[in-house]
Design a protein around this ligand. Structure first.
Ligand SMILES: [Zn+2]
Length: 189
C-alpha cells in the first residue's frame, strides 16, 4: 500500500522563493518538478485529490497555534463547503507522538528535523496514486508563525488537496507576502 502513495510536500515561504517539491515516498523516491505556465492561471487552482470522508483533525499539544486560531482556519474552509469530523485539541495521542499512519486525519504540529528553511510551514500529504484519495495530511508550523494571518488557512488548503496557485492575493499563493483571502476556484462545487 505504502509504495502506491503519492507523497506531496509543500512549503509556504515568506518571500520571493520558488520551492516546490513533489516526492514519492520511500522505495519509489524520485522527484518530479512542476512547472508553472500561463495556462495554469486560465485553468485556476488545481487539486491533487480529495478526502473520501470528512477527515479528523488532530492539533498536537506541541503545535504552535491556539485552539481559537485553529477554529478560525477550519471555519474558513467550512464556509467554502468543506467538512471535518472530530477535532482534537492539545492532542498527546500516538498520532502526535509516534510515527503512525493516521488514516483519514489531518495532523497539525510543530516543525521537526525535516524542516527546510526558509519555509514557514510545510504540508505533507499521502495520496492514493490511483484513486486520488487523500489518506493523511500533516501540517507542520514554524514556531511563532502558527498564529500568523492566512498561514494555517493556506496549509489546510493543501491538506484538502489544493496545490499552490500563484495569483496575487489568492489564499493558495506560494509566497505568504503575496497571498491574500481570494478563494476563487477552491470552493466545493
Ligand atoms: Zn503552499
Amino acid at each position: 500500500m505504502i509504495s502506491w502513495l503519492l507523497f506531496l510536500g509543500c512549503n509556504t515561504v515568506p518571500g520571493p522563493f520558488v520551492q516546490e517539491t513533489t516526492e514519492h515516498e520511500e522505495r519509489e523516491l524520485h522527484k518530479v518538478s512542476e512547472t508553472l505556465d500561463a495556462s495554469l492561471f486560465k485553468r485556476g487552482p488545481q487539486s491533487q485529490g480529495g478526502w473520501q470522508l470528512p477527515p479528523e483533525v488532530r492539533v498536537c499539544a506541541t503545535a504552535p497555534v491556539s485552539e481559537r486560531r485553529v477554529k478560525k482556519a477550519l471555519d474558513f474552509w467550512r464556509d467554502l463547503g468543506y467538512s471535518f469530523s472530530r477535532i482534537y485539541y492539545n492532542d498527546v495521542s500516538r498520532h502526535c507522538i509516534e510515527n503512525v499512519f493516521s488514516y483519514n486525519t489531518i495532523i497539525i504540529d510543530l516543525i521537526d528535523g525535516s524542516h527546510r528553511e526558509p519555509a514557514l510551514a510545510t504540508t505533507t500529504s499521502w495520496i492514493d496514486r490511483e484513486t486520488r484519495e487523500i489518506l493523511k495530511a500533516k501540517i507542520a508550523l514554524k514556531n511563532s508563525w502558527g498564529e500568523a494571518d492566512r498561514i494555517l488557512e493556506h496549509e489546510l488548503g493543501h491538506a484538502l488537496g489544493w496545490l499552490d496557485y500563484n495569483q496575487t492575493g489568492h489564499i493558495m499563493h506560494h509566497e505568504w507576502s503575496r497571498g491574500g483571502l481570494n478563494t476563487a476556484g477552491v470552493e466545493v462545487q
